[in-house]
Design a binder for this molecule. Sequence first.
Ligand code: ATP
Length: 289
Amino acid sequence: MPDTPAIHVQDLTYRYGPLTAVDHISFAVGQGEILGFLGPNGAGKTTTLGMLTGQLRPQEGHALLLGMDITQHTAQIQSQIGVCFETTNLYEGMTAEENLRFFSRLFGVKNLDVAALIQRVGLDGRSRDRVESYSKGMKQRLMIARALVNQPRILFLDEPTEGLDPVSAEAIRRLILEEKQRGATIFLTTHDMLEADRLSDRVAFISQGRIVALDTPHNLKQQYGKRVVKAQVAGPEGRMEAREITLDTPETAGALQDLFNQEQVITIHSEEASLEDIFIQLTGQRLTK
Ligand code: ATP
């Protein structure tokens, strides 16, 4: 049923003793959508993922995946999702091929084209080497391949590009977009706001266990961000001075005219607010340390 949300969460809550790590969050993710789940360390992202994937039992609220309650249809749901968490769970003594064959048997997947999957994640040429000889980026690509063996309808990715070299990070971002093309729904946790901005259809900002905003990057910027023009002008004695003019206000046109009439403009460009700026504005916290 294409209208059933891939993920539907209502009042989901999890506490570790006195600490409420996830505090009555509610949201839905449509089929084929990429939701970026953005928040700083400790915001509750991993705990949310744990509940959505059937590893932690919610203490309040519920989560429906593909229309089924995760606490009641755990195995059925798990056979239709792919999960890639930070902690590697690959067999280091086995090759990439052996790992993928092993996990496909575990999922009961027949006729997996292992070579094609290995090629997709860019590990061809190294597929018969033991995983223990792989770089962090190669292991992460194999983790993603592992999460794809059952052609999941929902893919959960926890910080998939964290700490990776730029080539591996880019390969993983490309794979994420390919999976969306295939029709998969993707739940992506990250504290990389540029990545979230580029990949996500919508982003949720999470802070101290609560969702403080959820919308498309474009709408968040429209609603909370301000666009500015930044210019460098020639000051006294040839020194460069900076000027900043806020766009979209009644004074903008006059200020821009004054800039050009009264100053010698050397460089000029416009900037829109980043998701990081908006996150700070809404929560008072930075996404990254
Ligand atoms: P990170 O990016 O650092 O993993 P996160 O957003 O995924 O952060 P969680 O790992 O879900 O956040 O943690 C949310 C809160 O719950 C944090 O305050 C964390 O210290 C706490 N927490 C997480 N796991 C446990 C645990 N097993 N026992 C006690 N507290 C925990």
